[in-house]
Design a protein around this ligand. Structure first.
Ligand SMILES: [Zn+2]
Length: 489
């Protein structure tokens, strides 16, 4: 349940920090009696709605339309693509019974929906004019996980999945670029999260995909959190599911496909962890469950207090007209107590309203991120809030980037990789033989040497080539790639 005060060192005790703040701020309740399934409380839901809206708006501007597919996938569909089923089989929940009857055809609870969508795409695509298909759904998916942690790994979690089909390989490749732009724009520019976007090595592609590109946010404990991914599926699924069309010349061709998955749950974990501080959460303005809290400062006189409350209510209505979500705290607690409470819950802007403010037709405003306070006349409020919302984002972004840059380091040996990951809690950038299948053995050796270190791949948005005489830090053969190595969630 919600607590009033919080003070845990995020840097020194991250696991404790995370495990305390998500409950103290009343984001989730994990006392639902099945492991890995949590109840999402209003404070999380307002923020989740805003997060979904950000991505939905971008996807729709990019030509996607919303759909909602069934949560169940027939076993036959699911088993069609061999690599896909092999990759997901251990994590699938199966429905085998309906009422008292055993189902002759078990149903998978969707762990992801390729095999649901593409079965229908084969019916929807007949001629080239039916393409492209660009649909997305905002939904939860289900995976039988053993270790669970709210927003990081769950048996039911929130995401968006976009599934596209095109007439040519070029269009599919262009879509991958657009997905990456959308991901970076929302994650970095709107949410202020620094990240690396890499093409995953051949041995770490999504089951059934040709190429996988993924976005990693570095968490305070030095592990990376994959918050989204996009896959170039090529024609594998199209061949399996007969997504076929006749081209201009009447020739039968298979569609080219991509899919994109912003991990809404994991983005919440990143927001909480990257922007929060020892006093609690700090939400960027755009996705804060409440963007402003109006705290009343009692005057100790019933008549005055009534005036203060009316003033606060008018202020809230005025903010609502500006599309700003505001809450009023008029409880009998002391102002200091209320300040701590809303700071802990991460509200970016606090407005204090007391006798002084009512008299002056003003509000006293405090920022959650810098603690800066200022008195602002009501007629200057609109401009002040627009500027401050932007300034808060820039501040959070700059802090996060500074921390990220400090922990992203070059390594020339395996030992240096190990040191960067373990002592600096960072990401190592190093030279590697290849991210093709032949590099898999080196990646395994590195993982064994450096406590589970994972080769995350090569940078997508910037081409990086090793110097001519550079060697793989594991096998010593000439290095073809510059890779990023990190521990992962
Ligand atoms: Zn090697």
């Amino acid at each position: 349940m919600a607590k009033r005060e919080f003070n845990v060192s995020k840097k020194e005790k991250f696991a404790e920090w995370y495990n305390t703040i998500i409950y103290a701020a009343d984001l989730v309740d994990n006392r639902y009696n099945v492991q890995g399934f949590v109840v999402h409380k209003p404070w999380a839901m307002y923020s989740f709605r805003a997060l979904y809206a950000l991505f939905e708006k971008e996807l729709e501007a990019n030509g996607h339309e919303p759909v909602l597919f069934p949560a169940v996938i027939p076993e036959d569909n699911f088993r069609k693509e061999a690599q896909h089923v092999e990759g997901f089989a251990p994590q699938v929940f199966w429905i085998t019974q309906g009422g008292a009857e055993q189902l002759t055809h078990p149903l998978a609870l969707r762990p992801t929906s390729e095999t649901a969508f593409y079965q229908m795409y084969s019916k929807w695509v007949q001629s080239q004019s039916d393409l492209p298909l660009k649909f997305y759904q905002s939904c939860t998916v289900f995976r039988y996980e053993h270790e669970t942690l709210p927003f990081m790994r769950g048996r039911e979690f929130m995401w968006i999945e976009a599934h596209d089909a095109f007439a040519s390989e070029k269009e599919a490749k262009d879509q991958v670029k657009q997905d990456i732009e959308i991901g970076q724009r929302v994650l970095n520019e709107v949410l202020g999260l620094p990240l690396i976007c890499t093409e995953r090595p051949a041995w770490d592609t999504f089951p059934g995909a040709e190429h996988t590109y993924a976005y990693d946010v570095l968490m305070p404990d030095g592990r990376v959190n994959q918050v989204a991914s996009t896959h170039l599926l090529g024609q594998k699924f199209a061949k399996t599911f007969d997504i076929e069309f006749k081209d201009d010349k009447g020739e039968a061709k298979h569609a080219w496909q991509t899919c994109f998955g912003p991990g809404i749950w994991r983005i919440m974990a990143a927001l909480v962890s990257v922007h929060g501080d020892d006093r609690g959460l700090i939400f960027p303005f755009a996705v804060a469950p409440a963007q402003v809290v109006i705290v009343t400062i009692p005057a100790g006189d019933a008549k005055e207090d009534k005036k203060i409350l009316d003033y606060a209510a008018q202020l809230r209505d005025r903010l609502a007209l500006m599309n700003i979500r505001a809450v009023i705290d008029n409880t009998a607690k002391t102002p200091g107590f209320k300040f701590n409470y809303w700071e802990m819950r991460g509200v970016p802007i606090r407005m204090e309203v007391g006798k002084k403010e009512v008299e002056k037709n003003a509000v006293t405003i405090a920022r959650r991120d810098t603690k800066a306070r200022a008195q602002v006349p009501l007629d200057a409020l609109t401009t002040y809030l627009v500027e401050t919302a932007g300034a808060i984002l820039l501040e959070l972004k700059a802090r996060a980037k500074e921390d990220f840059n400090k922990r992203l380091k070059d390594a020339k040996t395996k030992e240096e990789v190990k040191k960067i990951l373990e002592e600096d809690k960072g990401i190592a950038r190093t030279t590697f033989c290849t991210t093709g299948e032949e590099g898999h053995a080196c990646a395994d050796e590195l993982a064994a040497f450096a406590g589970g270190a994972k080769v995350r791949g090569t940078l997508v948005d910037k081409e990086e080539k090793p110097e001519k005489d550079a060697k793989c830090i594991v096998c010593g053969k000439p290095a073809k790639a510059i890779v990023y190595v990190a521990k992962q969630y």
